[in-house]
Design a binder for this molecule. Structure first.
Ligand code: ADP
Length: 259
């Protein structure tokens, strides 16, 4: 721990939650949060009860992605009632902040905020809680992996070498905490021109699949770069919820089934 706090002894289960899956990335902007939300919705479409926790305390984007308004309700006993969106239970530190308020968390504050969001929320009986991690590796990851049983991590990367090098660094830390790696997702994998149907491998395609093979881990699937994913995500209408029969939804569903 960089701030010298004693390491909490042992992991305690989070009441009401059967399985925790975290979604991480080597760096920001690769579509980690977008992928986390749509995987959560795809898991729900498989008949599971699913929640999502935004642990990206430095750049929370779940409220925008799910169109969450205002703060979650707080019960008389001080416990949060999670937001509900598209059938998902959702909690984000972003809901506690005013618009445009920047967060300058110091390590201990950030880890106690995470602890509160995770443990002082009245989650219903969830089959899976998806946790959207901050990019890279840091106090939040260490704190989460030490205090809760994380059943596996999905790493999201774009196909570029640089993003993949960062992704490998993030993956390297996981075995040290005994956290299983579920596999790698390649986001913004390719672009299909809507007018001609021609495929363009803008960032070079297949890099994540090769990297996954090199590291001996599963490749969970590829998601194309699609205008509707960008538009729907930025306006609180995730493609998996809006168009569950669409090609994008198929890509997310395939990943959910591979997890
Ligand atoms: P991160 O969580 O890695 O920082 P975000 O999920 O916030 O990244 O995505 C960054 C931007 O890229 C957002 O504007 C989002 O809508 C867009 N985006 C993510 N995935 C895709 C995709 N497959 N196609 C098009 N736009 C995408």
């Amino acid at each position: 721990f960089s701030h010298g706090k004693p390491v909490p002894a042992g992991k305690t289960p989070v009441p009401g939650i059967k399985r925790i899956i975290a979604v991480g990335s080597g760096k920001g902007g690769v579509g980690k949060s977008t992928t986390a939300v749509n995987i959560a919705l795809a898991l729900q479409a498989e008949g599971l009860r699913v929640g999502i926790l935004d642990a990206d305390l430095y750049g929370p984007s779940i409220p925008k992605l799910l169109g969450l308004e205002g703060q979650p309700a707080i019960r008389d006993d001080g416990i949060f009632s999670p937001h509900e969106a598209f059938g998902l239970e959702a909690m984000s530190i972003g809901s506690m902040l005013t618009k445009d308020q920047a967060v300058v968390w110091r390590g201990p504050m950030a880890t106690s905020a995470l602890r509160q969001l995770l443990r002082e929320t009245a989650w219903g009986q969830l089959d899976i809680l998806v946790i959207d991690l901050p990019p890279g590796t840091g106090d939040i990851h260490i704190s989460l992996f030490q205090q809760a049983e994380v059943d596996g991590v999905v790493i999201v990367s774009t196909p570029q070498d640089l993003a993949l090098i960062d992704a490998k660094k993030a993956i390297d830390m996981l075995p040290r905490f005994g956290v299983p790696i579920l596999g790698l997702v390649e986001n913004m994998s390719y672009f299909i021109a809507p007018d001609t149907g021609k495929r363009y491998d803008i960032f070079g395609s297949g890099g994540a699949e090769r990297a996954a093979a090199e590291m001996g881990m599963a490749f969970l699937g590829a998601i194309p770069l699609v205008m509707s994913i960008r538009e729907g995500s930025d306006s609180g209408h995730p493609p998996m919820a809006v168009d569950p029969a669409g090609a994008e939804a198929d890509a997310y569903r395939a990943i959910a089934r591979a997890i």
